[in-house]
Design a protein around this ligand. Structure first.
Ligand code: FRU
Length: 421
C-alpha cells in the first residue's frame, strides 16, 4: 500500500486525504532521515473553510505513513481559521516551517493574513513561534505562502505571493541576517511579467536546478489563451528562469512564463532537495472551478476530495526549459502495446503511430500526430473539454491511477495531469 497505515487505499500511486479536502503540498523537506510531505487539509469537510497541515512521512519515497496533524489553528486573530500554505527550512538542525495564518469574520469571510513560523526537533511536533513581521503597507489582506532560502551572501530571503491595493499580483521579499528579524525589500519582479500577474499571485517558489535559478508561481485570473492552449484552467502554474540579485532583492527574468503542466488540474507545486541532490516536486491535482470541485465524484462516494501529484525529478536544459519525470523510485513501467481496456498501471508508450485509450465513458486519451489530447466530459456540466500536449510524443510515460492520470513525454519537456472518472 502507498500509505501503509491506511485501512482503505483510495489511490494506488497518489497521496490523498482519507476524509475532507486536500490542497497544496507544503513544507516539503528531508529531515533527520525522513522525507516529509505536509499538505493543506480540511479534515472537517470537502470545502476550503478551515485548513490544517496534514502530514505524511516516508523513508524511501515509495511508501508513506500518515501521521498526526502538524499544525492546526489555535491563535486568536492570527491563525484561528487556517494554517495556510508555506515552506520548510532546516536551520541549526531544527525544522522550521513558515506559513500564513488565516482569520475569518463571523460571516466566514477571510479578513486577515499573518506570516507565521513554528519549529520542531523531531519533525512531528511543532511549537508555534508567532508572527514574523507586520502586514506590509500597500497590499490587501491577500499576502501569503512564505518560502525561505539562504542566499549566497549568507542572508536569508523570504518571498510571498501578494496582491497590491490596486488588485494586481506580485511576489514580495523580506531579508534577514539572523533568521529572526526581517526587513521588507518589496517586489522581486518590479515591472517585469506584467502580463502574468493576474489579480493575485500564489505560492511563489525560488529554486536552483542544474545551476539555473527558477521562479515558479501560480497566478490567479489570467485570461485564457485558447489559440495557444495556455492558461485554460481557472488558475494556472508556471515558471521563468532568471537570476536573483541579492543586493537589490530582485529576480531578473530571462525567459517567457511557461506553464508547468498542461492538464486540467495541476497547481501550487513545491519542491525539496533529496539527500542525493535531486530536486523533487509535488503539486496539487486539484485546481478547479467551485462547481466542479463541489461535485468531484469521490465526495459522494467517500467524503474526500483531491490528490497530490506524483513526485517529479526536475532538471533545466540548455534552452532554459524545465524537464520533469516521475522519480526513479516509482518508475517501473511496462510497455503498452495493446490500447484496449487499459487500466490502472504505469506504462511506457513507444510508437510513432496514432493511438487511443478509452478510460471510461467520460475520459479518453488519444495521440494524433505530434499531439496527445485528453478529452473529458466534465462531471458537473456534461460539457466536453480537452487539454493537450504537443511535442515528441513517440515516447511517453503514462501513469494511470484510480481516477487521476499523469502523462509525460520521455524527453521531460511536457506533462499533463488530470483527474478522470
Ligand atoms: C493555493 C492556496 C494558497 C493558500 C492555500 C489555502 O491553492 O490558495 O495561496 O495558502 O491555498 O489553502
Amino acid at each position: 500500500m502507498l500509505v501503509t497505515n491506511d485501512k482503505i487505499a483510495f489511490e494506488k500511486y497518489h497521496l490523498y486525504p482519507t476524509e475532507g479536502l486536500l490542497n497544496d503540498p507544503n513544507g516539503l523537506v528531508y529531515f533527520n532521515g525522513q522525507y516529509h510531505v505536509f499538505y493543506q487539509w480540511n479534515p472537517k469537510g470537502c470545502d476550503h473553510k478551515y485548513k490544517v497541515w496534514g502530514h505524511f512521512i516516508s523513508k524511501d519515497l515509495t511508501t508513506w505513513e500518515r501521521v498526526e496533524t502538524a499544525l492546526e489553528p489555535s491563535l486568536e486573530n492570527l491563525d484561528s481559521a487556517g494554517i495556510y500554505s508555506g515552506a520548510a527550512y532546516v536551520h541549526d538542525n531544527r525544522l522550521y516551517v513558515f506559513y500564513t495564518g488565516n482569520v475569518r469574520n463571523e460571516l466566514g469571510q477571510s479578513v486577515k493574513s499573518s506570516q507565521m513560523w513554528a519549529v520542531s526537533d523531531d519533525g512531528i511536533h511543532f511549537e508555534k513561534l508567532g508572527e514574523l513581521f507586520p502586514h506590509p503597507k500597500g497590499f490587501t489582506k491577500d499576502v501569503r505562502d512564505p518560502m525561505v532560502w539562504q542566499g549566497k551572501n549568507g542572508h536569508y530571503f523570504l518571498i510571498l505571493g501578494a496582491q497590491h491595493d490596486n488588485q494586481v499580483g506580485d511576489i514580495i521579499a523580506y531579508e534577514s541576517t539572523d533568521f529572526k528579524n526581517w526587513t521588507f525589500r518589496g517586489s522581486i519582479l518590479g515591472n517585469q511579467l506584467q502580463n502574468v500577474r493576474g489579480y493575485m499571485l500564489e505560492c511563489p517558489g525560488f529554486i536552483e536546478v542544474d545551476g539555473k535559478q527558477v521562479l515558479m508561481f501560480s497566478p490567479q485570473g489570467l485570461t485564457p489563451d485558447t489559440d495557444n492552449h495556455r492558461y485554460e484552467n481557472i488558475h494556472n502554474t508556471g515558471y521563468v528562469v532568471g537570476k536573483f540579485d541579492e543586493s537589490s532583492a530582485t529576480f531578473n527574468v530571462m525567459t517567457d512564463f511557461e506553464e508547468v503542466d498542461k492538464g486540467f488540474e495541476f497547481y501550487a507545486p513545491q519542491t525539496m532537495i533529496a539527500p542525493d541532490g535531486r530536486r523533487i516536486m509535488w503539486g496539487w491535482a486539484g485546481m478547479m472551478t467551485p462547481d466542479r470541485e463541489g461535485s468531484v465524484p469521490t465526495i459522494a462516494a467517500n467524503n474526500w476530495v483531491h490528490v497530490l501529484s506524483l513526485p517529479r525529478e526536475l532538471h533545466v536544459n540548455n534552452q532554459n526549459k524545465l524537464l520533469q519525470r516521475p522519480i526513479s523510485e516509482i518508475l517501473e513501467v511496462k510497455q503498452l502495446t495493446n490500447f484496449d481496456h487499459v487500466s490502472v498501471g504505469k506504462y511506457a508508450i513507444d510508437t510513432n503511430t496514432n493511438w487511443e485509450i478509452v478510460l471510461s465513458d467520460s475520459s479518453k486519451l488519444r495521440r494524433m500526430d505530434n499531439k496527445i489530447i485528453f478529452e473529458r466530459k466534465q462531471w458537473e456540466s456534461g460539457q466536453v473539454e480537452t487539454r493537450q500536449i504537443t511535442g515528441n510524443v513517440n515516447q511517453v510515460i503514462l501513469i494511470i491511477d484510480n481516477d487521476v492520470l499523469e502523462l509525460y513525454t520521455e524527453d521531460g519537456l511536457e506533462s499533463m495531469t488530470s483527474r478522470w472518472f
